[in-house]
Ligand binder design. Sequence first.
Ligand SMILES: [Fe+2]
Length: 285
Amino acid sequence: MHIEHFFDEDTSTLTYVVHDGRTAVVIDPVRDYDPKSGHTSWASSEEVAAYLDRQRLALPYVIDTHAHADHLTALPFFKTRYGARTVTGARVGEVQRAFRDIYHLGPDFPVDGRQFDVLVDEGQRLGFGSLEVEALHTPGHTPAHMSWRIGDAVFVGDTLFMPDYGSARCDFPGGSAAILYDSIQRLYALPDDTRLFMCHDYQPGGRPLAFETTVREQKRGNVQISARTTKAEYVALREKRDAGLAAPTLILPSLQVNIRAGELPEPESNGVSYLKIPVDLLGRK
Ligand SMILES: [Fe+2]
């Protein structure tokens, strides 16, 4: 099994290609978006595509761990270019329902996940080449969030970050620090040598990029949640941290695209797609 990483500096996101030399999956690809001009591009995904092409890899699946709030997903790029089927967690409808209301998309907006080709539930597996990806439902950051296990590696999305940074925020619709604690305990119950691959690295203190660790290292030294951290301690810390966090820069552009499996809203009669910004709504209880 080969794992290749790609780092998007604008959003500190890691995209992975996992393959057996012939057949691959792509996990958490990024579509570039400039909030100042409203321009999108596939530049980040073209780098991933160049690798797939160099290695002559087939791509049956392109996978999101969850509906990202900090970048637009590039699922459609890989669907169009490689015929990959788009995959996410089976409970994505809960996220779609919450954001349908926030964006006032109306009753016709589907909230059953049909925008994705494959919805995967806890324990389900997808084969690709000689490898297999297994879905681990790890909610907390979002209710539908999945971690994806391939061999001895788990792509943990926004559950854990590197041990020196901590864990994902839990203050988005459907998020819960108590539930994320339980999900992280699930990851910590995996064998100590299990390799964990992060979806983000914010390079605290300006340290070099790091994105791979192990269950053992996380349990030993994660600054927010080690093996010794109780649920009460974690929930108190997480909720206090989250109360002071600003919204991610791209949350409003991202979610309305990501709940459409990465498609932009239908173009209007002039052929232009428009994104919607709710005013004075987000975060209102
Ligand atoms: Fe996220």
